[in-house]
Design a protein. Structure first.
Length: 345
């Protein structure tokens, strides 16, 4: 009899223990997707970050900062995530959507009875590399549950459902790009232009140069109708170049375009090339001009086309010069004195 009572007690104890540890919401698995760049609306299969059975105006998850307007050379962003679901359970795993798909992260807070759930609140600070995320809106998938009338309610769109969905919150990441310049107007000798060098990096090569013609001299053959200005190179490490350049011809600036595969809007990154074809009859023999526009971040500020390191000398088009010569025969010497007449006799 004693053995039967002991067995019954043991079974009851096991059931009690199992009841304490199994009264948890089902785990959600992994989020659908990945969903790529956020589109400003919650896609099917996800819910928002509110509890429709509680206060519908209180966010269960939040970011200390959710809008990042940064300079292009900023390598990472810091995301401070906070979760608060009073009387609820927060799933210790969450996911950040990146270009390569969902990446798993974990809240470091103590879990409930060794489970994968955290009681009430949790927080996590993490860094994400800017080259791994999308420009614009990005998603974070989180999950929490709370019991109402004996039933776990997790990731519900409304009190009518659907439920058991990952909850999405977003943050916005954008480059702070320089302002685009207006086309140059003044004559190249007006004094309103910057030179081809970076005044903040005096040891660097000129930003604008001729790759295969360091002498910057071009010769016009007598039967030549077009001048190809070699390979015009734009180079500024970690700099941004405006994709439109100009050459001076017939007393006006004429537009051409630099070519580069790395483009952000109308800006290319680091380097580009161009070989503008210029009608020979629009150029003067002697000095001629090419204009380009370049920007780079120094001390957390854009510096574009500066003539010195003072702020009020910036935001100018840069000018590079080249010389045009003509291939003509040498002028003949003046004729000498005429020969004496032949002698008579």
């Amino acid at each position: 009899m004693r053995k039967l009572l002991l067995l019954a007690f043991s079974i009851t104890l096991v059931l009690i223990i199992n009841g304490c540890t199994s009264d948890l919401p089902p785990e959600p698995g992994t989020p659908p997707g990945p969903i790529g760049e956020a589109q400003g609306v919650i896609p099917a299969g996800f819910s928002n970050i509110f509890d429709p059975f509680g206060d519908p105006n209180v966010k269960l998850f939040s970011l200390m900062q959710n809008i990042f307007n940064v300079l292009p050379n900023q390598a990472s962003l810091n995301l401070d995530i906070t979760a608060n679901h009073g009387g609820g359970l927060i799933y210790k795993y969450f996911y950040v959507d990146k270009k390569d798909g969902w990446e798993l992260f974990e809240f470091p807070d103590k879990t409930y009875r060794g489970s994968n759930w955290i009681k009430g609140s949790a927080s996590k600070s993490l860094d994400v590399n800017t080259d791994e995320i999308f420009s614009g809106e990005n998603d974070i998938a989180v999950y929490s549950c709370k019991k109402y009338q004996g039933v776990w309610k997790c990731g519900c769109n409304s009190q009518d459902g659907p439920c058991n969905q990952w909850m999405l919150m977003t943050y916005n990441y954008n480059y702070d790009m320089p302002a685009e310049p207006s086309a140059p107007v003044l004559e190249p000798t007006s004094g309103d232009y910057a030179g081809p060098n970076d005044v903040f990096d005096i040891d660097a090569f000129p930003i604008l140069s001729f790759y295969d013609n360091p002498e910057k001299t071009f010769t016009l053959e007598i039967d030549q109708d077009v001048i190809e200005v070699g390979l015009l190179m734009f180079y500024q490490q970690e700099g941004y170049g405006y994709k439109y350049g100009y050459y001076w011809a017939n007393n006006e600036w004429v537009q051409f375009e630099f070519k580069n595969d790395q483009v952000e809007g109308n800006w290319f990154i680091d380097r580009a090339g161009a070989s503008p074809l210029i009608p020979a009859n629009t150029l003067d023999t002697g000095v001629n001009y090419i204009a380009a526009y370049s920007c780079k971040v120094y001390n957390d500020e854009w510096k574009c086309g500066c003539t010195s390191q003072d702020d009020d000398t910036c935001n100018r088009w840069m000018i590079q010069t080249y010389e045009l010569k003509t291939d003509l025969p040498l002028d003949p010497d003046a004729p000498g004195a005429p020969p004496p007449p032949p002698a008579i006799g």
